[in-house]
Design a protein around this ligand. Structure first.
Ligand code: HEC
Length: 138
């Protein structure tokens, strides 16, 4: 004989299982959506946080942590008309090439090393640095 208490208990357990599986699924779907959004943001443009740290590591020594320049090392890039007037592609080409001390366009007599002295920087990494520079306003 199955008594009423047991039936209610079994029913309760079944309901609990159903709810926890359903809840788990719903959470899973929610997390999936969230991850999708996060990666979509990353895909939509260069990563500025990474651009900033790449700048600090590769350009900051000469150009200063906020790109405000360091006397006798590197120029202020925030107020640089040269930088503002170039497209991202042109700026990328400039940074790759650098500007030798004896270059007629050199303004300080101090050389800007090709790729900031780090030829292992990829085009994508330089683009992230450039995107970061574009966010700096006077
Ligand atoms: C070893 C020091 C040094 C490093 C490292 C360096 N630069 Fe420079 N950079 C210079 C100097 C010096 C000049 C100015 C040259 C001149 O007098 O015309 C310059 C000029 C520039 C200019 C042109 C500014 C203007 O108004 O003419 C840009 C843009 C620039 N650097 C970007 C970068 C970026 C981006 C990095 C990192 C990937 C970097 N530099 C790393 C020394 C450096």
């Amino acid at each position: 004989m199955v008594n009423r208490g047991e039936v209610i208990f079994a029913f309760g357990m079944a309901l609990l299982c159903f709810l926890s599986v359903g809840g788990g699924l719903a959470t899973g779907i929610g997390l999936g959506r969230l991850l999708e959004r996060l990666t979509a943001v990353e895909k939509s443009g260069p990563d500025l946080g990474r651009g900033k740290s790449l700048f600090t590591q590769n350009c900051g020594t000469c150009h200063g942590p906020e790109a405000r320049g360091v006397p006798h090392l590197g120029k202020d890039l925030v107020t640089s008309k040269f930088t503002m007037d170039l497209s991202d592609d042109q700026l990328l080409a400039f940074v790759r090439k650098g500007r030798a001390a004896n270059d007629s366009s050199n303004t300080t007599g101090i050389p800007m090393p090709p790729s900031g002295g780090n030829p292992s920087l990829s085009d994508d990494q330089l683009r992230e640095i450039i995107a970061y520079l574009r966010t700096l306003k006077n």
